[in-house]
Write a protein that binds this ligand. Structure first.
Ligand SMILES: CC(C)(COP(=O)(O)OP(=O)(O)OC[C@H]1O[C@@H](n2cnc3c(N)ncnc32)[C@H](O)[C@@H]1OP(=O)(O)O)[C@@H](O)C(=O)NCCC(=O)NCCS
Length: 174
């Protein structure tokens, strides 16, 4: 485990990205999500998608390597936007030291900024119900399991569930 002081590691937006960034994000995704399937190519392709903002944490003591990321997507649905945390991961040695919270704080600040010009109806994400650290963290931020229930399975067969925070009631939608 790499002991870090979360206050010294910054969240920054990955723009522009280069091949090293994409490679490091791909490797991190492959390791962090291996229980669910192979995500190296999928996640690095998502980083390039329009409508996806990628935040990263780099370690200055390791040549500024990317040691964590969060991919935040905005999907237009019927005149409003649904925000989606498409992926969040930290390199293994950097977990459980508050960096997940830093990434989520960034996501909420970003949604607040976007909400000044666009209506963001809800924030959602997909998680395995037995992923205790992730579920516990998301609940602390106000996420609850969506009543629509299971979304299907990850490639490995593990059940994927949807969690969300509703910002605008369905009836109030314009
Ligand atoms: C999920 C993840 C991003 C959370 O970030 P993190 O920085 O590790 O999160 P935190 O330090 O805030 O810890 C979150 C929770 O994990 C649990 N936790 C803490 N230390 C732990 C440990 N050593 N072992 C297991 N769980 C632990 C706690 O419940 C903690 O919540 P608490 O603060 O209420 O006690 C990170 O663990 C990760 O990258 N996991 C692998 C990838 C993944 O599963 N991503 C989510 C897919 S949806």
């Amino acid at each position: 485990m790499t002991h870090v002081n979360p206050d010294t590691l910054e969240v920054s937006i990955l723009a522009p990205y280069n091949n090293t960034d994409l490679f490091q994000i791909g490797e991190l995704a492959e390791d962090a999500f291996i229980r669910f399937g192979h995500y190296r190519e999928f996640i690095s392709a998502l980083v390039k998608e329009r409508g996806v903002i990628t935040a990263v944490i780099r370690d200055p003591e390791r040549d500024d390597d990317i040691i964590g990321f969060l991919l935040l997507g905005f999907i237009p649905v019927g005149g409003v936007f649904i925000a989606d945390i498409m992926a969040i991961a930290l390199e293994e040695g950097y977990r459980f030291q508050g960096l997940g919270k830093k990434l989520l704080d960034w996501a909420f600040e970003t949604i607040q900024k976007v909400s000044l010009s666009k209506q963001v109806k809800e924030l959602r994400l997909t998680v395995a119900q037995d992923n205790h650290p992730a579920v516990s963290l998301f609940k602390q931020y106000g996420f609850s399991f969506d009543r629509t229930g299971h979304l299907g399975n990850y490639p490995s067969g593990i059940t994927a569930s949807s969690m969300k925070i509703q910002f605008i009631d369905d009836e109030l939608e314009v």
